[in-house]
Write a protein that binds this ligand. Structure first.
Ligand code: GCB
Length: 608
């Protein structure tokens, strides 16, 4: 009986870990870490043979899983033993990295791949805590460490971690992941998108060791209504969390202030300083900030700025700003495939800078942290977004919980980044009662989690009262957002380019407007007459006419055209033109600038 209860409990704890979060850890970026990047052995498992038995029951939910369960990393005990796999004889994949761009035979693969890494690790102090951190794995990751299941994580673009303090050994640890990128209807994103479904452990994996009592979370920012006050809060976790002294230092501002935490390990503070240099695209000033709590010290680079809207204006540091933006997919400009390095980030954002941008829309999912850190340094304002894209299963509670978890994970990662000013809830989602409930709830959750940034969503525009030349936004979610953003493709999916000259705008919301997308496909090097599809001239002409049309919108406060670079998409099959690329980039995937790049650059130069 006791054994049964134990087994039931084990099964319950395994299946209730819906999103696999145990303890979120702030600022893994600047903590000392033991990297698990590099080569990992892998097994491609389209039938999920290493996960299910022949009755299709998962091995990891059985009291005595068969040795052929891949997470056990079994070896034959002797020559009579039957084990039908061997990680150590397999080829390897590089982590971080997607499998599609690393192995030709996995280019179109959607399914399960198992990864294994073995390593030794000696704690520097026996009482320390040890966490296993994943920057991201697309899409569903089942994580096993030394034969035990740590949990499951859903969502391909946000970080997750597990505490392994009690499980880690000095030698021969094995970490095994089942990563499955099959698209599912109830997923976020769902079955249908316009980007490549790169699978794998796409971002860094590391081990982070902290003292037993450690800084788990902090928020340090400028007071919204007073530019001479830095305020924030700190959470420490562990047995010594109550009544602990916590110190904040910002040496450049001669700030050195201590406070005591509450019983729950929480402390808040306000520090005034008359010398704070504000962060902005022109002066991307970052201060070194140090937080000390007992044996734990964290350093971070933080910029101080405020962001708000007033009527139809976006105010950065209380001054109206026009967002000169560009949309970007997280695709490597160097190798192709998912971007995942600082070098990728610097090339992508460097292109945005050379275009004259002060703003980037990171579409359509949270990009890797290098992008945000680089944006902080380069002075680019950032729109971050979760993949609530097109036709999500609005009625499904698990889908909602998944979307909410993804926004929570990205907020926790990026809440101290000055560059991030907008949380976008969704892209081109069709209005319906269920969708409105879903998005309202998500926006409410996001505001409760971070009320210091603006909320938006890439909405759609419609004809005003059957007039095909008058456009309006009638989406009820427009009432919820701080910035009214919408995508429009007049001249590409919607009529000819000349139509742009006939459009009137009837935007009734008293809010700033951003055009989150417009664009046209062009193959670099293909020239012709300006009405000829796929030529650089067509794209150039569309940009000229669209920008004139958009300037008629009185409350226009920014644009982020679609898109910086050509990107891979299985929807784009036209031979010799698309060849699996969405060609709306201003720059080809090889880095060649198309004519429209210079039209936008000139427009941005004119918008001082
Ligand atoms: C859109 C989508 C974007 C597509 C783009 C296109 O409206 O938001 O994801 O890639 O159009 O090229 O059609």
């Amino acid at each position: 009986m006791l054994l049964r209860i134990f087994l039931l409990l084990t099964i319950l704890t395994q299946t209730t870990l819906a999103f696999g979060q145990q303890q979120r850890l702030a600022n893994t970026y600047h903590r000392d870490a033991f990297s698990l990047n590099g080569y990992w052995q892998y097994i491609v498992d389209p039938y999920e043979n290493g996960y299910y038995n022949y009755r299709y029951e998962p091995f990891d939910q059985q009291s005595q899983p068969w040795a052929s369960a891949f997470f056990l990393n079994s070896k034959p005990k002797d020559k009579t033993d039957l084990i039908e796999y061997d990680f150590d004889k397999m080829d390897s994949l590089s982590v971080p990295g997607d499998w599609n761009s690393q192995k030709e035979n996995l280019f179109y693969y959607e399914g399960t791949v198992w990864y294994k890494k073995s390593f030794d690790f000696v704690k520097s102090d026996a009482t320390n805590k040890v966490f296993l951190y994943f920057g991201a794995a697309n899409y569903k990751a089942e994580v096993y460490f030394n034969g035990k299941k740590l949990g499951t994580h859903l969502g391909g673009f946000t970080p997750f971690q597990f505490e392994i303090s009690e499980l880690i050994k000095d030698q021969e640890n094995h970490l095994i992941l089942k990563v499955d990128n099959k698209r599912v209807k109830e997923g976020v994103p769902t079955l249908n998108t316009d980007w490549w479904n790169y699978g794998g452990i796409t971002r860094a994996v590391k081990i982070i060791e902290t003292p037993e009592t450690f800084i788990s979370k902090y928020l340090i920012q400028l007071a919204p209504n007073d530019h001479s006050i830095i305020k924030g809060n700190i959470q420490i976790t562990g047995t010594q969390k109550a009544n602990r002294e916590v110190t904040i230092k910002i040496p450049e501002l001669a700030i050195h202030q201590s406070m005591n935490t509450s019983d729950t390990g929480f402390g808040s503070f306000e520090i005034s300083s008359s010398k704070i240099e504000l962060w902005s695209p022109n002066t991307a000033k970052l201060y070194q900030v140090e937080i000390i709590a007992g044996k734990d010290t964290i350093t971070d680079l933080i910029g101080f700025r405020t962001i708000k809207t007033k009527g139809t204006d976006i105010l950065l540091n209380n001054k109206s700003i026009f967002l000169k933006g560009i949309s970007i997919h997280e695709e490597s400009p160097i190798r192709g495939g998912r971007a995942n390095s600082m070098e990728d980030a610097e090339v992508l954002l460097g292109h945005a800078k050379s275009l004259g941008c002060n703003f980037v829309r990171l579409a359509h999912y949270p990009h890797n942290e290098h992008m945000i850190r680089a944006a902080d340094k380069l002075g680019l304002l950032v729109w971050e977004e979760i993949p609530v894209y097109w036709t999500i299963a609005w009625d499904n509670e698990k889908t909602y919980a998944n979307a909410q978890n993804q926004i929570a994970e990205v907020i926790e990662r990026d809440r101290n980044r000055a560059s991030v000013i907008i949380w976008s809830m969704a892209n081109e989602t069709p209005t319906s009662a269920a969708r409105n409930v879903f998005l309202n709830k998500l926006a409410k959750f996001t505001r409760a989690k971070d009320n210091s940034r603006l909320i938006s969503a890439a909405l759609e525009q419609k004809n005003y009262k059957d007039d095909p030349f008058t456009r309006t936004i009638s989406d009820p979610f427009a009432e919820v957002v701080d910035i009214l953003s919408f995508n429009q493709y007049i001249g590409w999916y919607d009529g000819t380019i000349e139509k742009c000259q006939k459009i009137n705008w009837k935007i009734t919301q008293n809010k700033p407007v951003i055009i989150s997308e417009f664009g046209a496909g062009a193959k670099f090097g293909l020239h012709g007459e300006k009405h000829e599809r796929w030529t650089e001239e067509y794209q150039e002409y569309l940009y000229q006419e669209t920008l004139k049309m958009l300037d008629q919108i009185e409350q226009l406060r920014g644009v982020s055209p679609w898109i910086l670079m050509d990107f891979k998409s299985p929807r784009r099959v036209l031979p010799e033109i698309q060849d699996n690329f969405n060609r709306k980039g201003l720059i080809s995937e090889k880095g060649e600038k198309k004519k429209a790049f210079f039209v936008l650059k000139e427009y941005y130069e004119s918008k001082k």
